[in-house]
Design a protein around this ligand. Structure first.
Ligand code: MF3
Ligand code: CO
Length: 271
């Protein structure tokens, strides 16, 4: 028999369901772990002679193994003339900054720096992270760039705390990059993330401290410094996706999805 609940009962139902919902919400935010596991698989596999399509395949298989799919594959940016994104990951080598499209013609060479940016989607939630991998014998200058890009993220999240503002994070990232003699990519930025890959707020990698929205526990954010060794200017290639540096200098990318808490932020895409 189907019972009809009184007003009071409905209130109690709502109350208990909220606890369950809250629990699942927390669990599902852990989708970030899939992204981390996928990056680990790539790090173990990446070798000179492989193509970027090989890496893309490894990433897709790893996501599948953990019950996730790529949120990037088929992603439609809603810009006229730009086709939906055709691959599972973005792989950008050397002077390519972001959104390099994997191809079986693109062979990874000794000394390359290879940025892999991927978004796993599971149970309706997205986890976004990027790493720049060093392949074989990489120059000291390239290593320093990759290290500084990673450090810029950690400088930024020192401010990713309840009560601080987005501008505090952006400012810290931008100032650190400048202090190292590098350029910030201004046309692309970090973002909120959750059910959608890109949610509010926008998180530029430069800005003024004390500006922007206040951070609150429960916010999930993708923080992602994109750093150029030389001048900040970029070009988009004819494929409508690949972003390269105009001066041909190297670029690096480092990104994690984080959770704002009552205390220190949790890094959801680090194992
Ligand atoms: N992962 C990128 C980001 O950090 C977006 C990739 S664009 C896509 O926001 F088309 F590849 F999905
Ligand atoms: Co992102």
């Amino acid at each position: 028999m189907v019972t009809i609940k009184s007003k009071k009962e409905i209130e109690l139902m709502k109350d208990v369901c909220k606890i369950v919902a809250e629990f699942y919400e927390q669990l599902e935010k852990k989708v970030g772990r899939v992204t981390a596991l996928t990056h680990k698989a790539i790090e173990d596999a990446i070798k000179p002679g492989m193509t970027t399509a090989d890496i893309d395949r490894i990433a897709e298989e790893t996501m599948k193994k953990y019950g996730a799919v790529s949120a990037e594959k088929g992603y439609d940016p809603g810009i006229r003339g730009v086709p939906p994104y055709p691959a599972a990951t973005c792989i950008s080598i050397n002077d390519e900054v972001i959104h390099g499209v994997p191809s079986n013609k693109r062979i990874i060479k000794d000394g390359d720096i290879v940025s892999v940016d991927l978004v796993a989607l599971k149970n309706g939630y997205n986890g976004d992270a990027a790493r720049t991998f060093l392949v074989g014998n990489v120059s000291e200058e390239a290593k320093r760039l990759v290290e500084a890009t990673k450090q810029a993220f950690f400088e930024g999240i020192k401010y990713a705390k309840k009560g601080n503002r987005i501008g505090d994070v952006s400012h810290a990232i931008g100032e650190y990059i400048k202090s190292q003699g590098y350029s910030v990519v201004r046309e692309f930025e970090g973002h909120g993330i959750g059910r959608d890959m890109h949610e509010e707020p926008e998180i530029p990698n430069y800005g003024r401290a004390g500006r922007g929205i206040r951070l609150e526990p429960g916010m999930t954010l993708a923080i992602e410094p994109m750093v150029i060794q030389g001048k900040p200017d970029i070009w988009e290639l004819e494929d409508g996706w690949t972003i390269v540096t105009q001066d041909g200098s190297l670029a690096a990318h480092y990104e994690n999805t984080i959770l704002i808490t009552e205390n220190e932020p949790e890094l959801l895409t680090i194992l």
